[in-house]
Design a protein around this ligand. Structure first.
Ligand SMILES: [Zn+2]
Length: 259
């Protein structure tokens, strides 16, 4: 599979997914129409099979209808509970639902927390590592704000993502990696992997290159929201060592909101 990030708005990413074996294609998160249509035209893509929305926020679905009508899209997917909140939605997916994009196997995970209808799309084929589109739930080295869900929900959702194979490539909804790593270094100053990742991210951004994708292995090593049991993070933020994982996540999220 081939995955191309398309920068939209100030720091959003839409993604073009192409199955090289069959020519099937789909777009993850039509944030806004103009940059998506321009990028697809530049690649000679005149027809698009589907749009997969990760959640209902406008900066992820604002281009749904314009992109769909320009490129003959027949399917706009999103979680069943987002019915009425995702423009043009034609497909209402649930946890664990499986489908195919040409030779690519697609599995939907329901990952509430940032919003109640947030979903991830996990893509697997025989050409390499899996890929996951996490929207605003899991960012590289961070997680989304809890607009609709609880810390316990977010912890369950992040744990579901963290259980994917370690070589899974993580494609998230925003380029927040550098600021997320500044917070990660603040709460876990002894973590050398955070420092190394921050240097790599700065080097990429200085050249105007996206930090996506990361890998799930990197997330497990550096993302404070996947490291809720870290003694150092708990010490830094005054979270009792015997607090539950969900309580720790809530405290880390509150600290990030104020950072
Ligand atoms: Zn969002």
């Amino acid at each position: 599979m081939k995955i191309t990030p398309i920068p939209c708005l100030s720091d959003n990413y839409a993604y073009l997914v192409e199955c090289e074996a069959t020519g099937a294609n789909a777009l993850v998160d039509a944030s806004e129409a103009a940059p998506v249509l321009k990028a697809l035209e530049a690649r000679g893509v005149r027809k698009l099979g589907a749009i997969w929305s990760t959640h209902h926020h406008f900066d992820h679905v604002g281009g749904n209808e314009a992109v769909a009508s320009a490129l003959g899209v027949s399917e706009i997917a999103g979680h069943a509970s987002d019915k009425g909140r995702i423009p043009g939605q034609t497909r209402f997916v649930e946890e664990g639902e499986e489908s195919a994009l040409g030779a690519i196997r697609v599995k939907t995970l329901h990952i509430p927390g940032h919003t109640l209808g947030a979903v991830a799309y996990v893509l697997t084929d025989d050409t390499g590592a899996p890929a996951v589109f996490t929207g605003d739930t899991l960012f590289l080295a961070g997680c989304g704000r809890l607009f609709e869900g609880t810390p316990a929900m977010m912890h369950t959702s992040l744990s579901k993502l963290a259980a994917l194979p370690p070589d899974t490539r993580v494609y998230c909804g925003h380029e927040y990696t550098q600021s997320n790593l500044r917070f990660a270094a603040h709460v876990e100053p002894g973590n050398a992997k955070v420092r190394a990742r921050a240097e790599r991210a700065s080097e990429l951004r200085a050249r105007g290159v996206e930090t996506v994708p990361g890998t799930m292995a990197e997330e497990l090593e550096t993302n404070p929201f996947l490291r809720v049991r870290s003694e150092e993070i708990r010490r830094t933020l005054g979270i009792p060592q015997n607090a539950s994982d969900a309580e720790a996540l809530g405290a880390i999220r509150a600290a990030k909101d104020a950072f």
